[in-house]
Design a protein around this ligand. Structure first.
Ligand SMILES: O=P(O)(O)OC[C@H]1O[C@H](OP(=O)(O)OP(=O)(O)O)[C@H](O)[C@@H]1O
Ligand SMILES: O=c1[nH]c(=O)c2nc[nH]c2[nH]1
Length: 193
């Protein structure tokens, strides 16, 4: 998605520890036109698989996921990082690591909203190590739903998440790909794959 690549070139900041700050478009402030375009692109890529649900994880996955779900006209469910008292049992759970906040997080999805009839596309903001997507796909498996594909707004190719998830045997689509980045050479970003 060229508009996203341009925005990352303009606004992306490299932080210590291999983090890319794109708070002005993905992780703090959201830009309606850009977010809508993300959904349109993901919907084009995944519609042929006939999903009936989009799954993501709070918090930064929600915007691209709802944009995609609106285009596909299917419900969007997000995994919660704290179990609310309104959540009906049984809930599917998994553990993942919060990359930006540090530490382990427990994830919860109610069996009310994910089950064997669901054909699911997972959308998130970043594909880095792939750990978060692994946790989400584990919950899909527990629920008996079918995983159709994975979509992320930004891929950090140098963290090899795509390779780590290859055994899932589903299409992985990203909208912008960070090939490499360093404080000396800057951000090398290309249209996703
Ligand atoms: O591929 P991985 O190595 O798992 O990294 C990607 C994950 O890291 C971030 O989550 P985080 O909990 O840090 O942030 P958020 O609360 O903004 O969603 C991001 O939102 C992805 O979910
Ligand atoms: O804002 C972010 N920047 C990153 O580099 C990153 N990697 C995983 N999750 C991330 N979130």
């Amino acid at each position: 998605m060229q508009s996203l690549v341009d925005a990352i070139r303009e606004q992306g900041v490299i932080l210590p520890g291999g983090f890319l700050k794109v708070d002005g478009l993905v992780n703090h402030q959201l830009l309606p036109r850009l977010t809508r375009e993300m959904g349109v692109r993901f919907a084009e890529l995944f519609a042929p698989l006939q999903p009936n649900k989009v799954l993501t994880i709070e918090v930064s996955g929600i915007a691209p996921a709802i944009s995609t779900a609106m285009e596909l006209n299917v419900p969007m469910v997000y995994a919660r990082k704290k179990k609310p008292l309104t959540m009906k049992e049984p809930a599917f759970t998994a553990s993942s690591v919060s990359r930006t906040k540090g530490g382990n997080v427990d994830l919860f999805i109610s069996s009310e909203f994910l089950g064997p009839d669901d054909r699911v596309v997972v959308i998130d903001d970043f594909l880095a190590s792939g750990g978060t997507l692994r946790a989400l796909t584990g919950m899909i498996e527990l629920s008996g739903a079918t995983l159709l594909g994975l979509g992320c707004v930004v891929e950090k190719q140098f963290e090899s998440g795509r390779e780590h998830l290859a055994d899932l045997n589903v299409p992985i689509h990203t909208l912008a790909n960070i090939v490499r980045m360093s404080e000396q050479e800057g951000i090398e970003v290309e249209v996703g794959r």
